[in-house]
Write a protein that binds this ligand. Sequence first.
Ligand code: SF4
Ligand code: SF4
Length: 338
Amino acid sequence: MYSLRFDSDICRTCPSGACLVKCQYMDVDKETAKEEMVKISQGKDSFVLEQCVTCYACEEYCKRGNHPFYLITEKREEKGILTSPRAITKQWINIGHPQGKYIIGGIKPRILSFGFMPEFLKMVKGRLFEDIMPSFIFGQEFFCNVVYLHFANTSIIKERLPMVMENFKRLGVEEVVCMHDECYGSFAHLAPAYGIEVPFKPIHYFEYLYKRLKELRTEIRPLKIKVAYQRPCSSRLSSDKHHFVRDIMELIGVDLIEREYQDENALCCGGIFAMCYGYDLAHDVQTRNINDMVAHGAEYCVFNCPACQSTLGEKVAKRDIKPIHMIDLCKMAIGEQP
Ligand code: SF4
Ligand code: SF4
């Protein structure tokens, strides 16, 4: 019922082939990039279907409104090209299965969504969230399902995401502040690409934090620290919100170091690589990334996604860089966290 909006004619006249030319995990020139995307859209075989490591970045690189990564995911599934061992894929499908065990903290027109990440329950305390708490939801019934892109399981997303939208509709909320970057990517980018109706306005938590910090401006004490930002894969689905990283850092007096692997050139945390593509790739990417942070004098590594933090946190700490989530960094700036 739901199908991907992808136009191969747009690829034929594409001046850049940026989706694959900029891919950090393949070496592809412009003409090959265009040809491969057209071939993939026609259901033909392509080395891209074998080599893509699901970093999501081509969704950001394509500036012509096509959806190269969603297309790659669809065609992989059609052809039975697995990205991880079958048992791992199955385990993830089971983890996200709706079981009727969700938590609703209270309903207001604007609500926080924790998706399926319990870490946020502890984080959303204090003045940054006092105007919205205790209005939140948590559980598989409200899970964005984006993670299945890593496992070439578009069919699960098409089956479950509309059910999630119905659950939100029943709550009758008007605005959902997405505490996990993936949720925002799902509601603002993935669902529209498939024509799935979203019955509320999704708000990225960076936007919420920025606004809230401006309201608390008089309480901000500039932190005067040098930080590296670890951009998550899902941020590629909301690249229009990426500017809030710099905006927030500027507001709280943090020096965001200029390094090689940031913005469009960011490297993944490697968590999915270790699970799906082997430890060698994960190790290589993590080593280059952390060396880059060290070389540019980062004192802190700021995380957007708790999963990235759990993958890389200990590794950066071993190199004397303190891991911290963006929310905790903002709490530090208003004196709520040491
Ligand atoms: S997917 Fe986008 S960037 Fe890639 S060839 Fe097509 S139009 Fe160009
Ligand atoms: S998702 Fe990442 S690895 Fe896969 S083709 Fe796109 S840019 Fe390359």
